[in-house]
Write a protein that binds this ligand. Sequence first.
Ligand code: TRP
Length: 457
Amino acid sequence: MSNRGKFSGRVGFILAATGSAIGLSNIWRFPYLAGQNGGAVFLIIYLACVFLFCFPVMVGEIAIGRAAGTDAYGAYTKLGGKKWGLLGIFGVISGIFILSYYNVVAGWAFGYFVELTFGPLLQESDFGSFFSSFVNDINSNFFYSLGFLFLTALAVVRGIQKGIETANKILMPSLFVILIGLILYSLTLPNAKEGIRFYLVPDFSEIKLQTVFDALRLAFFTLSLGIGGLITYGSYVQKSENIIYSASVVTWADTIVAFLAGLMVFPLVFSAGQSPAEGPALVFMVMPEIFQQMGPTIGKIVGASFFLLLCFAALPSCISLLELPVAYFVDQKKYPRKYVVWILSLVIFLLGLPSLASFGAIPALNKLWFYKQRDFLTLVADITDITLTIGGCLMCIFISYRWKLHNMNAELAIGNESFRGSLMQKYIDFTIRWACPLLLGVLSVLIIIDKFWGFNF
Ligand code: TRP
């Protein structure tokens, strides 16, 4: 057990878990969902979801990991028996599938960075059709996503401290610096105020039930919950650490970065006279147009920084997604980390090929007949979104009815003496026992209905 590695201390774990949390969803999905759902209203609902419901789940997940000191499958088996181990396997498989498509999107960001910095991307006249032909170009995307996964594997293969921790120690502060730089620049633009007003002054007429569920789904995904990613990272946390404290820092940091991403995007969007409600097109079609309007030199600098930021956000997330299945094979099967990392990366890359080819290269994958003519990547993303919330729901049930709340609380009190009997303890107990499983159960059913039958709330 001793040679599986540990984070060097509090900072190492917090940075790695924050890196896992901050990802494409903060820089891309959060701003576009906020843009489509009335800006400030979405922000408020999102904050409520994060702190009221997701934070306790995060605490519970890390506690399982540290208590068991092993991978997701091993942890459920150790604390709950073989049958519960299936929940761990379910998480490991979900992680593999999430990474398979997530890495493709990260590859696009990497590709945009390369083509904007070294190629004539900013001279395009129509970014919509540029994006279509870019994602359609399977040859270059093959290398972009292979390159990205290679970088991920390079970090994971070096182990917890030398690889994962070191990568995060470099990437997280750099991400922060680029983000702050971009915000300062965007606030100097004409019309920046309009963007800020849209983002920060709520318009409550925009609230729909759908907004609440979109926010909850996003909050759950962005904090990397539900499939055992944090069980895995939690298993490398030292017993002297205060889990509640670390989880709060991670939750805050993730939320602040999502908030800052909005603060960067909306002034840019409004100053360029674009619509904030462009949806998923925001990053790859609208942003390049905004950079183009800045003129060749500034556009290149700001644009390159933006896509670099996206890559720096995506890489630590990919690292955590890869570590989840890697830990399973290293801890359970005792295979050497080196082989596990390279073989799994190859398998995940191959599993991602249909997603990679689903934007024109293979027409049948672009319009799936059994999935409302949507593309294959969206299918994988939607299915894994559901496995995430189902996984989270079952995890809460596991804690309350199998492992038991008092055992979780005993784990949480290690490194945090004042936790026992505190208000925080009562709150976490209540949410994990009642609020979270109920809410996540309902959410899973609603996502299934929405995705497969197109029910709009
Ligand atoms: N949180 C990351 C993002 O916001 C994605 C991610 C990384 C993730 N690891 C995860 C999602 C584990 C679910 C589970 O982009």
